[in-house]
Design a protein around this ligand. Structure first.
Ligand SMILES: NC(=O)c1ccc[n+]([C@@H]2O[C@H](COP(=O)([O-])OP(=O)(O)OC[C@H]3O[C@@H](n4cnc5c(N)ncnc54)[C@H](OP(=O)(O)O)[C@@H]3O)[C@@H](O)[C@H]2O)c1
Length: 283
C-alpha cells in the first residue's frame, strides 16, 4: 500500500481503500459533517458509519459537500442491533440509503451477531437478515456485504443458509488484541479483516512501549498503530474529530516497521484491553 487510495480487493472483486475513516461517537450535525468533510479533503476515500452511530445523514451531507464523485468514495454502514428479519432489513437498508442520500451502499455489515433483543433466536434472525442483504446485493443496492464482531460459531451458523459468503468481518484489532482464531478462520474463507478501534479508543497513547517505538521511527504513536495494522494485512479504521490528527493518521506510507516490531506490538497482550464477547454484551 502506497497511499490512501490504494486498496484491498474483496472476494467479489470490489476494491476497498486501505484506510477507512471511523465515525463512532462522532455527534451527528456540525462535528460529523466537518470531520468527514475534513477527512475527504485530507485524502480518505473510505468512510465507516453505522445506523447506531446516528450520523449517517451527516456523512451523506459531507460526501455531497466535498464535490468528489460518489464513485470515488467507499461508504460502509451497519445494521442496528434493534433490527433483524427479512422485511425489517430491507426497510432498514432503505432508510440508510435515504439518510446517506445515495443510490447505493458500498459495504453493508451486520453490526453485532447476537443482540440482546434477539438472544433467544439469533440464528434465525441473522439468517433472515442475510437473505435480505443477498437480495439487495443481487439488485446492486449494496456492492458488498459482510459482518462485524462475528466469531467462528456465528459464521458457521450463517453459512448454513447463506448463498453468498460475507466479504468482510470488521472486528476489534489493535496492539495486544489480535483475535488470532477469528482472523485465521476468516482469512481461510477469503474474508478481509477490518480493524476497528485501531488506537484502542485512544488508550494506546498511555502505553510507554508504544511511545518508545514512536521515537525510534520518528513517527507518532497513532501512525505506528495504523502502519502496524496495514502490515498485518488488516484494514484500519482510525477515528478522529481533530483536523490535525485526521491528517496525521494518513501519513503512514513513508516508513516500515521491522518484522520484530510488528511482532512486539502484536504481543503486547491486553495493553488496551480485549474485544467484548458478542454473546454476552448487554446491547
Ligand atoms: N463494528 C464495531 O462494533 C465497531 C466498534 C468500535 C469502532 N468501530 C469503528 O472503528 C472506528 C475507530 O474505532 P474507535 O472510534 O473505537 O477508536 P480509535 O480510532 O481506536 O480511537 C479514537 C480515539 O483516538 C483519538 N485519536 C485519533 N487520532 C489520534 C492521534 N493521531 N493522536 C491522538 N489521539 C488520536 C480520538 O480523539 P479525537 O476524535 O478527539 O481526535 C479518539 O479519542 C470507529 O469510529 C468506528 O467507525 C466499529
Amino acid at each position: 500500500m502506497k497511499s490512501l487510495t490504494d486498496g484491498y480487493k474483496l472476494s467479489n472483486g470490489v476494491e476497498i481503500p486501505c484506510i477507512g475513516f471511523g465515525t463512532w461517537q462522532t455527534p451527528n450535525g456540525d462535528v460529523a459533517v466537518s470531520s468527514v468533510f475534513g477527512a475527504l479533503e485530507a485524502g480518505y476515500r473510505h468512510i465507516d458509519t453505522a445506523q447506531m452511530y446516528g450520523n449517517e445523514e451527516s456523512v451523506g451531507i459531507a460526501v455531497k459537500k466535498s464535490g468528489i464523485d460518489r464513485s470515488e468514495i467507499f461508504i460502509t454502514t451497519k445494521l442496528s442491533n434493534s433490527v433483524r428479519g427479512y422485511r425489517q432489513t430491507l426497510d432498514a437498508v432503505e432508510q440508510s440509503l435515504k439518510k446517506l442520500d445515495t443510490a447505493y451502499i458500498d459495504l453493508f455489515l451486520i453490526h453485532w451477531p447476537n443482540p440482546v433483543k434477539f438472544r433467544d433466536r439469533w440464528q434465525e434472525a441473522n439468517a433472515e437478515t442475510w437473505r435480505a442483504l443477498e437480495e439487495l446485493y443481487d439488485a446492486g443496492r449494496i456492492r458488498s456485504i459482510g459482518i462485524s464482531n462475528f466469531r467462528p460459531h456465528h459464521i458457521e451458523e450463517l453459512m448454513k443458509t447463506a448463498k453468498i459468503a460475507p466479504m468482510v468481518n470488521q472486528i476489534r484489532l489493535c496492539p495486544g488484541d489480535t483475535q488470532d482464531e477469528v482472523v485465521d478462520y476468516c482469512r481461510a474463507r477469503g474474508m478481509l479483516l477490518e480493524a476497528y478501534s485501531p488506537l484502542g479508543v485512544g488508550k494506546i497513547f498511555e502505553v510507554p512501549e508504544m511511545r518508545k517505538l514512536a521515537e525510534k521511527y520518528g513517527k507518532s504513536v497513532a501512525q505506528i498503530c495504523i502502519r502496524w495494522s496495514l502490515q498485518r494485512g488488516y484494514l484500519p479504521l482510525p477515528k478522529s474529530v481533530t483536523p490535525s490528527r485526521i491528517r496525521e493518521n494518513t501519513e503512514v506510507f513513508d516508513f516500515e516497521l521491522s518484522p520484530e516490531d510488528v511482532r512486539l506490538i502484536a504481543d503486547m497482550k491486553g495493553v488496551v484491553g480485549y474485544a467484548a464477547d458478542p454473546d454476552t454484551t448487554n446491547f
